[in-house]
Write a protein that binds this ligand. Structure first.
Ligand SMILES: [Zn+2]
Length: 227
């Protein structure tokens, strides 16, 4: 039984499970699951190499929580994320599904600790998705409408991707800072969770702490709803 892909996500301090010797670039991994449901982090090329044709096709539909981490997806100078062109309508459908599932999971799971992120109506779709691994056409349409309506705001897709990226990287940075020196970064994390954005000044101040994370590449803050 081959692996199957589950999501693309941040993963710190781990190496590619394929034993290729690579540390995961920009702390981003493609997470694959084995037949026992155990998850493993892979780099993009190794992930593809461990998937059969069906699995590789699924790469286009799995949630991707790493849109605010530029500089990834590239091994040998080309995209290797299953995002080949030529599928036409099916590619569009897959891209739309991926965006909608990602959006729902950002609100219901990844950023559930942020006040106002979760919505009752998304909770129903989320439960159905966990149970069936799929979403009805109505659910896709409805979540798509919520996503469109929130675009450019606090709960817009781009903002939530950006908040999530900073949230994960700040949390990782805090683990590497001695307790008595955490207040600056801790305050920024609280500000981020209260306001769902950071100012340029905060981003600049944060940078020297984030640079301590192995393999860290600067995140793209342009998705923040407010600067
Ligand atoms: Zn690898």
């Amino acid at each position: 039984m081959p692996f199957y892909p589950v999501r693309k996500d941040f993963a710190f301090d781990v190496q590619c499970h394929a034993k290729c010797g690579h540390t995961l670039k920009s702390n981003v991994a493609t997470i694959l699951c084995d037949e026992h449901g155990t998850e493993y982090p892979f780099g993009p090329t190794c992930a593809r190499n461990h998937l059969d044709e069906d699995g590789a096709a699924q790469l286009r539909r799995i949630p991707d929580f790493t849109k605010a981490a530029p500089g990834q997806d590239r091994e040998g100078g080309k995209r290797v994320d299953g995002e080949h062109s030529g599928g036409g309508v099916r590619d569009d459908e897959a891209a739309k599904f991926k965006r909608i599932v990602t959006y729902m999971l950002l609100r219901q799971e990844r950023l559930a600790h942020i006040p106002g992120a979760q919505l009752d109506v998304l909770g129903q779709y989320h439960a159905a998705y966990l149970e069936e691994g799929a979403l009805s056409d109505d659910a896709v349409r409805h979540i798509g409408n919520i996503e469109k309506k929130t675009a450019g705001g606090r709960y817009g897709y781009n903002n939530l991707q950006t908040v999530y990226a900073f949230d994960r990287c700040i949390e990782r940075a805090i683990r590497g800072i001695p307790e008595d020196r955490r207040s600056f970064v801790g305050d920024i994390l609280r500000y981020l969770r209260d306001n769902l954005y950071l100012t340029q000044k905060q981003i600049d101040g944060l940078d020297k702490w984030l640079k301590r994370i192995d393999g860290y590449l600067p995140l793209d803050p342009s998705g923040f709803w407010k600067r």
